[in-house]
Structures are given as structure tokens and as C-alpha cells.
Ligand binder design. Structure first.
Ligand code: DP6
Length: 336
């Protein structure tokens, strides 16, 4: 195959990965849901040039080359090299990538991006078995340096096992995308890109006096999250989601140097969600990654009402409603 196109979803972590080993392995297990309105489409083809090229479509619809010197760029070009060596090939590639969500919305595209890139490379270099073996694929995706990307390999609800060796850290599907009609209504507060990349945060997490406590709490929280997903219990799930978000941000804020990802609007949305829950019994729960935007997790029946209410909050610029998506898969339509 000389040209391949794949599509991969982003995901929202209910239980978040924060803190890694010296070999970039996630120290704790994490659990997420894939997002059907936050997709990356990537086409990879062989080229006669003596170098690799990656281009990403910007918000004006034109392609821009991904700089090798950027954090994302160095990880992406390194991943091409890794897969090429695995295939024992010399061939160089041309890569083009498009996100379905606004590039300037401040939503992390690295999970869907690195998952799509790795999957398309495996197929173009003829490593079909590694693509089809989703456990193996998730390990290769994780090696790109984006742990969250490993959870985009499978559809629906996925757990990434943490650990201190390559062979023990991989993704496992807890339930597929049809299991539960949950929604993630993303409230866009700020479209700025991350102030401190996650890779730096994973390293400095150890400096927080609360990091060990967070790891200690994890086993119980992972267990109750798995159970809540299996039993479709939104209240129990929401409780774990919010506890985990606060625990991760407490570690971030107490690390050295401290990391403050929230904006005033972030807290404003949190307060609204709590008050809608208390006053109107609206089952909505907040989750916040390494950024200011708030992911509001709810059941499908409440998603439109929540999106409507969020649009009246002055700090919310826009909303994106997501349902569980299927995992990374090949598609017919090439980008070039
Ligand atoms: C806060 O190292 O996977 O999103 O490459 O930036 O996506 P990116 O980060 P990664 O760490 C993820 C950090 C997190 C929590 C999570 O998604 O588990």
C-alpha cells in the first residue's frame, strides 16, 4: 500500500494520567471516553524525497508544515523514524493531517493526532498485524510520548494500564461506544494553547507533596469508575470524575514550579455546574485537563439542556457536544 488514510478520535480522561517514570511510562492507570466530534484524519504516503514531511491543516484550511523543533514536531518525526525502523524500511513519507474540531479552540489534538499518525504509518509500512492487534498498537502509540493517545486506539470506554515497563503498559477496552449514551459537552473558555506541555508536568508531578497521596487513592478510584461504567451509574461516575480532576489539579498547583491551568472562567463554570446539580437535579459533572476548558459529562438526555445553559455563561466562548466514538480505523477518502 503506498497511501493510507485513518481517522482517530480524541478522548476525555475520567481518571487522569499525571506523572511518569524516567522512561515516559504512565505511573497510574487512567480511564477515558472517546469523542465523536473531535477527530483527526491523517493520510500517509511514500515519497521520493530523502526526508519526511508532516503538514497540518490550519483554521484557514491551508496546510502548514509541522516544525521539527516544536515539542509536538520532534515527537511526531521521531515516531516516523521508530515505525520505519520497526518495518526495516528506508522509505520516507509525506503526512497530511486535519482536525474536525477548531484548531484554535484549545482542545488537545495530540491524543487523536498521535494515534492517527502511528496507525497510518503501520499500515503504509505494511505492519498490518501490529495495526490489528489493538493491545500492541496502543503500546506503539504510547511510545510516541503521548500516553493519552494510546486510549484512542479503541472505541467507547478505555483503560490505559500504567506501569514501569513497556510490556505492562497498554490500553484495554472496558466497554464499546454503544454501551452507554454518555456525552461530553466541552465548554471552551480559552483558545490559548497549553502554557506548560503535559510532558513537563508529568516530570514535575513528583515534586508535589500530594503526588504520593494521589497515587495511593488511585486503586480505589479506578475500581469504582470501572464499576460505574459497567452499571451505567452517572452519579457514582460523576463523583469519581470530579474527585480525580481536583486531585490532579491540586498536584499541579503544588508542584515545583506550580502549574495553574485554570482561568477565572473555569471556576465560574464549575460553580454553575454544582448549582445546576443542587438546585435543578441536573446530572452534570466537570472534568478539566491541562488547560482552562471544562468538559461537562452527562447523559445524552441532558446534553442539549446543558449546552444551552453553558452558552448563557459569559465566560464560555462556545460548546462542542460529543458522544462516544469508535476507535482508530482506516477510511477510503485520502487528503491528497
Ligand atoms: C491531563 O502526555 O498524554 O490530559 O500528549 O499533551 O495529550 P498530551 O498529554 P499526555 O498526558 C495527558 C494529560 C492529561 C490527562 C489524561 O488525558 O489522562
Amino acid at each position: 500500500m503506498s497511501k493510507v488514510t485513518v481517522q482517530a478520535p480524541a478522548n476525555i480522561a475520567f481518571i487522569k494520567y499525571w506523572g511518569n517514570t524516567d522512561d515516559n511510562l504512565p505511573l497510574n492507570n487512567s480511564i477515558s471516553m472517546t469523542l465523536d466530534n473531535c477527530l483527526t484524519t491523517t493520510t500517509v504516503a511514500f515519497t521520493d524525497e530523502s526526508y519526511d514531511t508532516i503538514e497540518i491543516q490550519n483554521q484557514h484550511g491551508t496546510y502548514e508544515e509541522l516544525k521539527r523543533t516544536s515539542i509536538k514536531g520532534s515527537k511526531a518525526y521521531e515516531q516516523i523514524k521508530r515505525i520505519r525502523e520497526l518495518a526495516g524500511s528506508e522509505k520516507r513519507v509525506m503526512v497530511k493531517s486535519v482536525n474536525s474540531f477548531p484548531a484554535n479552540a484549545g482542545i488537545a489534538s495530540s491524543a487523536s493526532g498521535f494515534c492517527a499518525l502511528t496507525a497510518a504509518l503501520l499500515l503504509v509500512y505494511g505492519l498490518k498485524n501490529q495495526f490489528e492487534d489493538k493491545k500492541e498498537l496502543s503500546k506503539l502509540v504510547r511510545m510516541s510520548g503521548s500516553g493519552s493517545a494510546a486510549r484512542s486506539v479503541m472505541g467507547g470506554f478505555v483503560e490505559l494500564i500504567g506501569g514501569d515497563a513497556h510490556h505492562v503498559s497498554y490500553a484495554v477496552q472496558l466497554a464499546d461506544e454503544k454501551h452507554w449514551g454518555l456525552c461530553d459537552v466541552i465548554a471552551i473558555i480559552s483558545s490559548d494553547s497549553k502554557k506548560t506541555p503535559s510532558s513537563e508536568g508529568h516530570r514535575s508531578a513528583h515534586s508535589s507533596p500530594y503526588f504520593e497521596t494521589r497515587l495511593h487513592e488511585m486503586t480505589k478510584r479506578i475500581e469504582s469508575t470501572r464499576k460505574a461504567i459497567e452499571r451505567k451509574n452517572i452519579e457514582k461516575l460523576g463523583e469519581s470524575i470530579e474527585q480525580d480532576t481536583i486531585s490532579m489539579h491540586a498536584v499541579m498547583m503544588t508542584s515545583n514550579p506550580p502549574l495553574y491551568y485554570w482561568e477565572p472562567g473555569t471556576l465560574d463554570v464549575i460553580k454553575h455546574i454544582i448549582s445546576w446539580r443542587e438546585k435543578d437535579s441536573l446530572q452534570a459533572y466537570f472534568s478539566i485537563d491541562a488547560g482552562a476548558n471544562v468538559h461537562v459529562i452527562c447523559e445524552k438526555k441532558d446534553a442539549q439542556e446543558i449546552a444551552k445553559r453553558l452558552s448563557t455563561v459569559s465566560s464560555v466562548q462556545s460548546t462542542i457536544v460529543n458522544h462516544p466514538a469508535k476507535g482508530v480505523h482506516e477510511i477510503e477518502n485520502h487528503l491528497f
